[in-house]
Design a protein around this ligand. Structure first.
Ligand code: UN1
Length: 509
């Protein structure tokens, strides 16, 4: 990534990581953002102090009323303009995502496309914040419900989707009339600064108050300020189950709302009727894409014994083709892990698999030598395991695919697929209609996402995104997820000349 490209996105050597609109004023510690691609420092980012945080909150509170009073379709127009900017900057913002996070350039561009898509979606939604009309049981009464902005929405996002997941929340919250405060991952602050600058410019051009969109940076302490703050009615958090549990309990303690999108342990079931060519493409992209660091990454392949050997052979052949290296080089399929800590987690998981009795169909290790100087490149691994093992029950954010054999009918496979604490994404590969329908039925997959003949990752923004159990239960992005960003009000209006009570109660005096 050239200096000129970085400058186009407003990225310089030392940057403030706190802003209300385009007003930057961080005073905290300096954190260096290092690219896992080549180990070079991208920039030093000054973190948010408690005092900076208070300024952000005050400015957000000031902007809140004004923004809420702007008609929703007009708020949609602002989001439309933001989407237009993203269209223009897609190649370069996609490149920054790839360089700071380490995913392939294709996937970096795909992430920016998700931002554009959710902006388009939110623009349409801005004219459809519908409530129901309800028939009153009393004469000459009318009932309806309406949705009002909830106020300040905090968005805590993770390193693996440093821009798209924020935008799902931001675009919808903005059309809903909320003001937003973004706490980005400390591992990808430059992506956040670039996005905040793009949005701030749009707000400024439209003479809107600063504080409609703010950015704060730092570690978990900064996240805790948001979770504890009674001025913030909704905290939307994406990340590990451990982080989500802390956020959820802190927010619940003050009876606030949280919207959680946490870990997954996603499986593809491969039945004897699967199209194996499609299965291999879906499984390999699911396991190796983003170096296994999506919350939707395929972690488990639950394969019927009749096709198990065939799948094994096809998978090991496919893995031999995977090219690992600079994600900005389009010849490579897989880039690095995010940092050295992630590499240690990968190594520990491999040791753990071995200890628990697993065998490696494709073994792997940390790559060294030319092109791998950052120390973050690892080989993707396939291990034959049993579903109940502790390591398999856990989400490891790395390209490790577990092969699990099942026998009997589809219900056996579904039981294995559901027997983990997480419930985000799931898939079945089959051409058998009955199997597919059982998988999708009430006693089928227990996940928030259940696909047929598609892998576990790569959801479109039009559907609600999220999952059950330890995944946290939240739904973001499409469908009616917008409702989470609004407060709902039921209104009953009496246009008669008397005051009848509900439930036929008489109260005469
Ligand atoms: C995430 O990993 O947190 O479905 C989000 C997908 C992407 C989003 C993943 N559209 O894989």
């Amino acid at each position: 990534m050239t200096n000129k490209e970085l400058q186009t996105l407003g990225i310089t050597d030392i940057m403030d990581g706190t802003s209300t609109g385009d007003n930057w004023f961080a005073q905290g510690e300096r954190v260096t953002s290092t690219s896992p691609v080549d180990g070079r420092a991208i920039a030093q980012v000054v973190s948010t102090t408690k005092k900076d945080y208070e300024t952000v909150l005050k400015t957000a509170e000031q902007a809140k009323k004004k923004w809420a009073e702007i008609p929703a379709p007009k708020r949609g127009e602002i989001v439309r303009q933001f989407g237009e900017q993203l269209r223009e900057l897609k190649p370069i913002l996609g490149k920054l995502v790839s360089y700071e996070m380490g995913k392939s350039y294709q996937e970096g561009m795909g992430e920016v496309q998700e931002m554009i898509d959710i902006c388009d979606f939110a623009v349409g939604q801005s004219r459809q914040l519908y409530g129901a009309t309800i028939h009153s049981e009393r004469p000459l009464h009318r009932m309806y419900e309406q949705y009002h902005p909830i106020g300040i929405v905090a968005i805590i996002s993770a390193f693996n989707f440093p821009v798209a997941v924020w935008s799902w929340n931001a675009a919808l919250a903005l059309v809903c009339g909320d003001v937003i405060i973004w706490k980005a991952s400390e591992k990808t602050p430059c992506c956040a600064i670039a996005c905040q600058k793009i949005l701030a410019k749009v707000l400024q051009k439209n003479q809107l108050p600063e504080g409609i969109s703010s950015l704060i940076t730092g570690d978990a302490t900064v996240g805790r300020w948001l979770a504890e703050d009674v001025r913030i009615p909704l905290v939307s958090a994406t990340g590990s189950t451990r982080m989500g549990r802390q956020v959820a309990t802190t927010v619940a303690n003050r009876l606030g709302r949280s919207l959680l999108e946490l870990g997954g342990n996603n499986a593809i079931i491969v039945t004897p009727d699967a199209d194996l060519k499609m299965t291999i493409i879906g499984a390999v992209f699911g396991a190796v894409g983003t170096a296994g660091q999506r919350c939707t990454s395929t972690r488990r392949l639950i394969v019927h014994e009749d096709v198990y050997e065939q799948v094994k052979i096809a998978l090991s052949q496919a893995y031999k083709q995977i090219k690992i290296g600079d994600p900005l080089n389009s010849k490579n399929h897989m880039g690095p892990l995010i940092d050295h800590q992630a590499v240690r987690t990968y190594q520990e998981a491999l040791a753990n698999i071995k200890d628990q009795g697993g065998s490696f169909l494709v073994s792997g290790s940390v790559l060294k030598g030319h092109g791998y100087e950052s120390g973050c490149y690892v080989e993707p691994v396939i291990a034959e395991v049993e579903n109940h093992w502790e390591i398999v029950q856990r989400e490891t954010f790395a390209p490790i695919l577990y092969l699990i054999k099942y026998s009997g009918d589809i219900t056996q496979a579904i039981a294995l697929q559901n027997a983990v604490p997480q419930g985000l994404s799931s898939a079945i590969m089959t051409t058998n209609l009955r199997e597919a329908e059982v998988f999708l039925s009430q006693n089928g997959s227990d996940c928030g996402i259940a696909n047929v003949n598609i892998g576990t990752s790569g959801a479109e923004i039009g559907g609600a995104f999220g999952g059950e159990k330890e995944t946290g239960g939240g739904r973001e992005s499409g469908s009616d997820s917008w409702k989470a960003y609004m407060r709902r009000q039921t209104n009953t209006i009496n246009y008669s000349t008397s005051l009848p009570l509900a439930q036929g109660i008489t109260f005469d005096f």
